[in-house]
Ligand binder design. Structure first.
Ligand code: ATP
Length: 239
């Protein structure tokens, strides 16, 4: 089966530092994968190459077998990839409804966008906030608006960087539900620090360390993987 997403020998150097140092990664269609690893492991750099925010120093990125290494973020989005960065990329002066509508309009005519927005507001329980200006919302709610913007393009693949950052425990729980629900219709890659959250959602987990893939397995096995325990206990103290 052709992977929906693949990297071959991916490298990113910053001066003398190889932040990503030859990563071969495969994601099967419909898969949900969490990327974890200690601070400085290279997760964000890897994510930024997948989303065309950084150009790789070497290697290839393939989407459904097509080489997208040199494509712009807008081209990748047109190919059906939804991206949610760590800092919500929302228009603060506009309402929740308007933000999601603008994202939806990229895929639908105006009537279609109206319809998509109503559906998404309901799905995300954002109806009561629909006409609030996004800049006045809590960080957690702003993250949800960005989820709405990802759903609005109905992607085949969603790339989510720390989706629960700044969320309350209840918001995190609902985000886990949402990601599992989204995974029924799309493949998903999630970069996440919150291990409890990763345990809740993950099927397979890829562990990065020092710019390389250290381990790739189910969360159950990853939690007892000696090398993984060593890097976590040696750095953050919690695996
Ligand atoms: N723009 C940059 N310029 C120089 N070095 C960088 C840059 N971005 C990342 N690095 C270095 O690359 C390495 C990997 O960093 P990266 O942020 O990708 O790790 P991370 O796993 O996402 O860490 P965290 O969990 O703290 O976000 C680190 O040594 C970091 O200092």
């Amino acid at each position: 089966m052709t992977p929906i997403l693949e990297t071959r020998g991916l490298v990113k150097r910053f001066g003398g530092v190889a932040a990503i140092d030859g990563v071969d990664f495969r994601l099967e269609p419909g898969e949900l994968r969490c990327l974890i690893g200690p601070n400085g492991a290279g997760k964000s750099t890897f994510f930024k190459m997948l989303t065309a925010q950084y150009a790789p120093t070497a290697g290839q990125i393939l989407l459904d077998g097509d080489d997208i290494t040199d494509e712009e973020p807008s081209e990748i989005s047109r190919r059906g990839v939804g991206i949610k960065n760590q800092v919500p990329d929302v228009l603060d002066g506009l309402s929740v409804r308007e933000n999601i509508w603008i994202a939806a309009r990229g895929r639908h005519d105006t009537a279609g966008a109206d319809h998509a927005v109503s559906e998404i507001l309901e799905r995300l329980n954002l109806g009561p906030l629909a006409d609030r200006v996004v800049g006045k919302l809590s960080h957690g709610h702003r993250q949800w608006v960005e989820f709405g913007m990802v759903l609005a393009i109905n992607p085949r693949l969603a790339l989510l960087d720390e989706p629960t950052a700044g969320m309350t425990a209840e918001e995190t729980r609902r985000t886990a539900e949402l990601i599992r629900e989204m995974n029924r219709s799309m493949a998903i890659v999630v970069v996440e620090h919150d291990m409890q959250f990763v345990r809740t959602i993950a099927h397979r987990v890829t562990v990065f360390d020092q710019g390389r893939i250290l381990a790739e397995d189910t969360m159950d096995r990853i939690q007892v993987h000696p090398e993984v325990l060593r890097i976590y206990l040696g750095t953050s103290g919690h695996a």
